[in-house]
Design a protein around this ligand. Structure first.
Ligand code: NAP
Length: 253
């Protein structure tokens, strides 16, 4: 049974990228706040591990989905609807990748791969969700997209990633304007430098260099992003839509 108390009591929540890092922390904190989780990831075993780590794990479900595929995203929403007899009323779209290289060396395929997952995936997930929410006349719908500080400031070796994440910001602002009339809010978080598998491969000296630039002098934790997601997903933020929220320890490189 869903927890009857908490910011998200009884809400069905979709979390993409829920099999790792920030997405997994979102699942954990949303479950603490009483939500029922549909955990989607292209890494099925990661999504399954997330589900089994949650209290009352039998009420949550893992889905294998590639967010860059319209067919798979559409099937995901259908599968959730047929299992839960409702559609998600809150969602965090955290699935994302980076494939870094300097601009002079960046090949077309690598550019396309990152844009397809990070930007086209955002379009596909938001559109499918919004259509489902409108069809079901969901009240208090909330979608939280995850961009990056790099989408605002750019970063060496990340032209593809920066372009995709800047796109997520513009996309979110537009979606917020279009979907407000349906009582669906859409916001975007720009994490700074967060301890997850995505940043685990950054060399020690580079990590130290970045940490030295962060006013709070440390990397962020996935939970610190997830807490803001919980606020944005919940009705506590009922007058916030189209907002771009930095969660970066004060970093502004
Ligand atoms: P992560 O630990 O690598 O988690 C991302 C998850 O998304 C992984 O399970 C990954 O699966 C999955 N995924 C990748 N492509 C997918 C696809 N096409 N369809 C479905 N799932 C897919 O990374 P993270 O750090 O938690 O990142 C989460 C989000 O935060 C990303 O959008 C990232 O760009 C953003 N972000 C992270 C940081 C940071 O410092 N960590 C900073 C700013 C923004 P695989 O393991 O198979 O790839």
């Amino acid at each position: 049974m869903a927890t009857s108390s908490g910011l998200l009591a009884g809400r069905l929540a979709l979390v993409t990228g829920g099999g790792s890092g920030i997405g997994r922390a979102v699942c954990s904190i949303f479950a603490r706040e009483g939500a029922i989780l549909a955990v989607a990831d292209r890494n099925k075993s990661g999504a399954e591990q997330t589900v089994s780590s949650l209290p009352d794990s039998s009420q949550h479900t893992a889905y294998e989905t590639n967010v860059a595929s319209a067919t798979e995203v559409s099937k995901l929403l259908q599968d959730i609807e047929s299992k839960y007899k409702q559609v998600p009323s809150v969602a965090v779209h955290a699935a994302g990748i980076n494939k870094d290289n300097f601009l002079l060396k960046l090949d077309e395929q690598t550019f396309d791969d990152v844009v397809n997952v990070n930007l086209k995936g955002t379009f596909l997930v938001n559109q499918a969700l919004a259509r489902a929410m409108v069809k079901w006349q969901v009240q208090d719908g909330s979608i939280v997209n995850i961009s990056s500080i790099v989408g605002k400031n750019g970063n060496l070796g990340q032209a593809n990633y920066a372009a995709s994440k800047a796109g997520v910001i513009g996309f979110t602002k537009t979606a917020a304007k279009e979907l407000a009339r349906y009582k669906i809010r859409v916001n975007v978080i720009l994490p700074g430098f967060i301890e997850t598998p995505m940043t685990a491969g950054v060399p020690e000296n580079v990590t130290q260099m970045i940490v030295d630039m962060i006013p709070l002098r440390r990397m962020g934790t996935p939970e610190e992003i997830a807490e803001v997601c919980a606020f944005l997903a919940s009705t506590r933020s009922s007058y916030i839509t189209g907002a771009v929220i930095d969660v970066n320890g004060g970093l502004n490189f």
